[in-house]
Design a protein around this ligand. Structure first.
Ligand SMILES: NC(=O)c1ccc[n+]([C@@H]2O[C@H](COP(=O)([O-])OP(=O)(O)OC[C@H]3O[C@@H](n4cnc5c(N)ncnc54)[C@H](OP(=O)(O)O)[C@@H]3O)[C@@H](O)[C@H]2O)c1
Length: 268
């Protein structure tokens, strides 16, 4: 286990900081950080988050970049270099889902999902690790969905399974270099996520049982930052999600497929 990352006076790069969990990471870090770099595509939404943090301790920068492209990843590195910023914390939070069957999915949306959830997270970590001052920290936002082979959310669940596995491996690899890696696996959380994941034809997800798992973004982020501070490699925020995550990870895969098949049949 790593020593843990001290949040006080941190210099953090937060991806997907224009809404939801990313904006909440910014809100909770602003009173104690030295500097925050907020990254996302929508300049207006980024500026709104920035103004909401006025008067807090952290100096806040916004960096507009589409992380699903090589150009966007390069833009983040160029931004840090041109502003002389040496971060010690990277929060890989930007991500998206797509509700509905794989066969009927849009190839473009599927590609962007892979580029954002997997490639951007991996390559931004690869680019920033050598720049990260020690003690350093990396938070990767995965999902409870990463513990399940989820029909009708197949690419998203598989991409988050990658994020969890990658993060747990890096946590071991980087601990001797005084870099703490924490993977956070939230359950359903009220943000813009569902709006983005919904299809244009209205295809939505089955929310049966989600009420037991849903907690606010403030609790998700609070638990994630506590886990980072204490050097924990993986956290499932909220009691319901903790129980579900443990159960799903221990369940025989055959039984899990049976239950998921039944759930899909019941969806009609
Ligand atoms: N909400 C949930 O139920 C839930 C559950 C488990 C895990 N998660 C994970 O939590 C993370 C944050 O999602 P959220 O729930 O906060 O959803 P959200 O409110 O939709 O936020 C997603 C963020 O990612 C940014 N983003 C999307 N595409 C991008 C791109 N190509 N380049 C740069 N930034 C991009 C968005 O900003 P712009 O649109 O301005 O680019 C936004 O700031 C994701 O990784 C998600 O998979 C969410």
């Amino acid at each position: 286990m790593a020593n843990g990352f001290p949040l006080h006076n941190c210099r953090a790069v937060i991806t997907g900081a224009s809404s939801g969990l990313g904006a909440e990471f910014a809100r909770q870090l602003a009173p104690q950080a030295e500097l925050l770099v907020l990254v996302a595509r929508r300049v207006g939404a980024l500026e709104e988050v920035k103004s909401s943090l006025e008067g807090q301790k952290a100096r806040v920068f916004t960096c507009v970049a589409d992380l699903a492209t090589d150009g966007g990843l390069g833009a983040v590195c160029a931004f840090l270099e041109s502003h002389g910023i040496r971060p010690n914390l990277l929060i890989n939070n930007a991500g998206m889902g797509d509700y509905g069957s794989f066969m009927s999915s849009s190839a473009d949306k599927t590609r962007v999902q892979l580029d954002l959830n997997i490639t951007a997270l991996t390559m931004l970590t690869h680019a920033l690790l050598p720049l990260l001052e020690k003690p350093g920290g990396v938070v990767n936002v995965s999902s409870l969905a990463g513990t399940l082979p989820m029909p009708e959310l197949a690419v998203y669940a598989a991409s988050k399974s990658y994020v969890t596995s990658f993060s747990e491996a890096l946590a071991i690899e980087l601990a001797p270099q005084n870099i703490t890696v924490t993977c956070v696996c939230p359950g359903p959380t009220p943000t813009n996520f569902s709006q983005t994941a919904k299809r244009e034809d209205g295809t939505d997800t089955n929310r049966e049982g989600q009420d037991l798992l849903r907690i606010p973004p403030s609790q998700v982020v609070g638990e994630a930052l506590r886990a980072l501070r204490h050097g924990r490699a993986c956290v499932f925020p909220g009691l319901g999600v903790k129980v579900a995550g443990t159960l799903f990870r221990l369940m025989p895969r055959g039984l899990m497929r049976l239950l998921l098949r039944r759930r899909m049949k019941n969806n009609g």
